[in-house]
Design a protein around this ligand. Structure first.
Ligand code: NAD
Length: 509
């Protein structure tokens, strides 16, 4: 691979390259971080924290490439995306293996991560109809008005560790197909699979400078947020960093959007289909070891549904904790030893604060992978809203259960939570579902769907504390995010000699 310099000698590890102006560049930095397999602690490679000069060079390359890229016919841009989707599809299984090794999720979930990103690339192929302007003929005598939807210039994307395929693919394909150039800053924890996708994008025909990649942490991100040539920043990650990015970029005159942390609830009504609902709860709470921004972290059992808790616990006990590449694994490791320590601390806090522990994942042992960052599925009930396990995003396989008497209590509880990413309702009653979707103040609602991540023709519409900025990260909304509208009012005189008279008013006649 070009994006990753393979180890030459024994004892060396592969190093990840920067992509600047179409060249794969070995960073000159002296700050590197190991990329670690969370199931084994094996070092898979190392990633540079790019120098200021390197970040500036990437942005300058993108700035220079913009002049010709924006003039490239829209069909030519779409055709590159058509090729890219073909290449990703062909390589999906290879990318999934690397993704599982560096991120920990199961192989089938890694394939899902790539598939959801691939769907955004497919959608990018229809930008011709998404980037159309409007035209009104005859707004005054001989005068027409129309809009053109133009790219912004250099845009940047900053991505988190939990979806190293899907989230980069939310960003650069749509930005680039709209005529922008791009600087991507992948997660430093698992950049290998992202770089495989970037390599395919170059193979698909994205010209030099149109897509650039820099690696690093806060310093690199801050440079992107403050550089004069960057016009828009799309961020996905934690609430603390997303808020910082949104504010810093805004202070420097950039358009910004931040998709951030969450605490997603599911409401289970007593009239729900029990088996379907419990299966959905288990999958959404513990899949990807709970490391999804749309993971289910709180189940609210309404009325008699409280009697289903034991069965939920029994179903959860059947989940297999193991390395993601092992067959039949349900729960892989969490991303790092630090993440594991945080999840363990939160489980400890739940016990200390008096929640009832039904299933304890703290002692899980995985034969053959004793060093892995494993946490088993953990279930608490009797959870109060003042407990840390309710208030904080755990980002681990931990489900908190709260029992209430009515749907209205459930709605009020959820609406009082500061986050607004996703919510689910399980019921067989259409009127209940309608009331819920109308009253719930959460941006993405699933009715008998546990993880309602919208498909790419819509957009990701998290709300309140889970999002800053009006527009979502893909779909129609992101075309608005990555473009600006220019309105043109034109008059063509039919008669060369019709000079009209001087008009000192503001009206068009
Ligand atoms: P993170 O905020 O730690 O990192 C995200 C990005 O920000 C990375 O590229 C990282 O290098 C960079 N970064 C880290 N610290 C920084 C700092 N101090 N200043 C500037 N940049 C910094 O997030 P993560 O741990 O990689 O991802 C998990 C989080 O992402 C969870 O909170 C999850 O809910 C959230 N997430 C949200 C969505 C969504 O769509 N709402 C999707 C996926 C993940």
């Amino acid at each position: 691979m070009n994006a990753i310099q393979q180890a030459g000698q024994k004892g060396q590890v592969a190093s990840v390259k920067l992509l600047i102006n179409g060249e794969w560049v070995e960073s000159k930095t002296d700050h590197w971080q190991d990329i670690i397999n969370p199931a084994t602690q094996e070092v898979l490679g190392r990633v540079p924290f790019a120098t200021t000069e390197e970040v500036n060079a990437a942005i300058d390359a993108a700035q220079q490439a913009f002049a010709s890229w924006r003039q490239t016919p829209i069909q030519a841009r779409m055709r590159i995306m058509l090729k890219l989707q073909e290449l990703i599809r062909a390589k999906a299984k290879d990318i999934a293996k690397v993704l599982t090794a560096e991120q920990g999720k199961t192989l089938s979930d890694a394939e899902g991560d790539i598939q959801r990103g691939l769907e955004v690339v497919e959608h990018a192929c229809s930008v011709g109809t998404l980037q159309m302007g409007e035209y009104v003929e005859g707004v005054a005598r001989g005068v027409d008005s129309y809009t053109v939807i133009q790219p912004l210039g250099v845009c940047a994307g900053i991505t988190p560790f939990n979806f190293p395929a899907m989230i980069p693919l939310w960003m650069f394909p749509m930005a680039i197909v709209c005529g922008n150039t791009f600087v991507l800053k992948p997660s430093e924890q698992d950049p290998l699979s992202t770089m495989m996708l970037v390599e395919l994008a170059i193979e698909a025909g994205i010209p030099a400078g149109v897509l650039n990649v820099v690696h690093g942490g806060k310093e690199v991100v801050d440079l992107l947020c403050t550089h004069q040539h960057i016009k828009a920043i799309s961020f996905v990650g934690s609430t603390a960093v997303g808020t910082h990015v949104y504010n810093l970029a805004g202070q420097h005159g950039k358009r910004a959007q931040s998709m951030m942390g969450a605490k997603n609830h599911a409401v289970v009504m007593p009239d729900a289909n029990k088996q379907q609902s419990l299966n959905a709860l288990v999958g959404a709470a513990f899949g990807a070891a709970g490391q999804r921004c749309m993971a289910l972290s709180v189940a609210i059992m309404v009325g008699e549904a409280k009697n289903w808790i034991d069965e939920l616990v029994e179903k959860t006990k059947t989940l297999k904790v193991n390395a993601g590449h092992e067959p039949d694994t349900d729960i892989g490791p969490v991303i790092s030893t630090r993440a594991k320590a945080r999840v363990m601390d939160l489980i400890d806090s739940g016990v200390a604060e008096g929640a009832k522990l039904h299933l304890d994942g703290r002692q899980v042992k995985v034969p053959g992978y004793e060093q892995g960052n494993f946490v088993g599925a953990t279930i608490f009930s009797d959870v109060r809203t003042d407990m840390r396990i309710y208030k904080e995003e755990i980002f681990g396989p931990v489900l908190a259960i709260i029992c209430v008497d009515t749907l209205q209590e459930a709605i009020d509880l959820i609406n009082a939570n500061p986050f607004g990413n996703g919510v689910g309702l399980f019921t067989q009653n259409g009127a209940t579902a309608r009331t819920f979707q109308n009253q719930i103040d959460i941006g993405q609602v699933g009715i008998n769907i546990p993880i309602p991540v919208p498909v790419p023709f819509f957009s990701f519409t998290g709300s309140r504390g889970s999002k800053l900025g009006d527009l979502g990260p893909y779909g129609k909304q992101v075309v608005q995010f990555y473009t600006q509208t220019k309105t043109i009012t034109s008059r063509w005189f039919e008669d060369q000699h019709d000079a009209g008279g001087v008009n000192t008013t503001i009206s068009l006649r």
